[in-house]
Design a protein around this ligand. Structure first.
Ligand code: 6PG
Length: 236
C-alpha cells in the first residue's frame, strides 16, 4: 500500500481528481474504455464534484458503486443520487454507462445482492475501486466485527445491520475490491487518523477492513495531513 499525503482536504480532493482524470485518459488511450467503482461519503462525493469540469471522455467511462444504501431509488441517502447531483447530471455520460447497484423496490436484499454480483460480472472487471473509510476503519459497507468482511465467493453482499444508518446496504466484498486492478482509499480528517494507522499496520480484516483492501496492480492510500497524523514518517 502506497501512502500519499496532501496538505489538506481541499488539496487531497483536487489532486485526486487530477490523478483520476489522468488515469481515465491513460486507460481510454490504451483500450478505449475505463470502468470505475465510485463511493459515497463526503470525500467521495467531493471527489466526484471535482471531476465535473475536467476534460474526460465520458462516452468511454462506465461507473458503478463499491457500496450503496438499500433504499428507494430517489432517496437522498443513495450514493447514486448524490453522485448524480455532484457529477453525473452535469456531464455527457450515456445513461447506459451508469450501472447503479439495485435500489429497494421491495425485492429482498439477498436477491438484490445477487443482482449486484451479476451486474459486476457483466461489467467484466473494474479498473479502479474508490473507497472512503470510516473512523472505525470500515470500507464500502464492510464493518469491523461484522460477518460481511469474511464473505467470499460473491462480489456483492447485503448488509442488514450497518452501525451507520441507513441499516440496509449493498456492498462489494473484500474479494470484489481486491479483484479490481487498482484500489484508492481516499481519506481526510483527524477523526480518521487512528483508523489509518491501524489499517496501515496490517491489522486483520475483522479489526480494520481497510487494511486488507488491495488492488491487483496498485493500492493507494490518499490522505490529508490530519488523517496521516499518526503514521510514522518512515512508514509512508
Ligand atoms: C456510509 C458512509 C461511509 C463513508 C465513510 C467516509 O456509507 O455511511 O458513506 O461509508 O464513506 O465513512 O466518509 P467521509 O468521506 O465523509 O469521511
Amino acid at each position: 500500500m502506497t501512502v500519499i499525503v496532501h496538505e489538506d482536504r481541499a488539496a487531497l480532493v483536487d489532486r485526486t481528481a487530477e490523478r483520476l482524470t489522468a488515469l481515465l485518459a491513460a486507460l481510454i488511450a490504451e483500450r478505449g474504455h475505463a470502468t470505475i467503482a465510485v463511493t459515497g461519503g463526503s470525500v467521495g462525493i467531493a471527489l466526484l464534484a471535482g471531476l465535473a469540469d475536467r476534460a474526460i471522455d465520458w462516452q468511454r467511462v462506465r461507473i458503478t458503486w463499491s457500496d450503496e444504501r438499500y433504499v428507494v431509488a430517489d432517496s437522498p441517502d443513495r450514493n447514486a443520487v448524490q453522485a448524480r447531483e455532484a457529477l453525473l447530471d452535469l456531464v455527457p455520460i450515456p445513461a447506459g454507462n451508469v450501472r447503479e447497484l439495485p435500489a429497494d423496490d421491495g425485492t429482498p436484499l439477498a436477491e438484490a445482492a445477487a443482482a449486484g454480483t451479476e451486474l459486476l460480472r457483466d461489467l467484466g472487471g473494474i479498473d479502479l475501486t474508490l473507497l472512503g473509510m470510516g473512523p472505525d476503519a470500515h470500507i464500502a459497507s464492510l464493518f469491523p466485527g461484522h460477518p460481511g468482511v469474511h464473505e467470499s465467493g460473491v462480489a456483492v453482499i447485503g448488509v442488514t445491520d450497518s452501525p451507520k444508518p441507513p441499516p440496509s446496504r449493498l456492498s462489494f466484498t473484500v474479494d470484489a475490491i481486491n479483484a479490481s486492478d487498482r484500489v484508492w482509499l481516499v481519506v481526510a480528517g483527524a477523526d480518521k487518523a487512528e483508523a489509518v494507522a491501524l489499517a496501515h499496520s496490517g491489522a486483520p480484516a475483522a479489526e480494520a477492513p481497510a487494511g486488507v483492501a488491495q488492488g491487483r496492480h496498485e493500492t493507494l492510500m490518499l490522505l490529508d495531513a490530519e488523517a496521516a497524523a499518526l503514521l510514522e514518517e518512515g512508514g509512508r
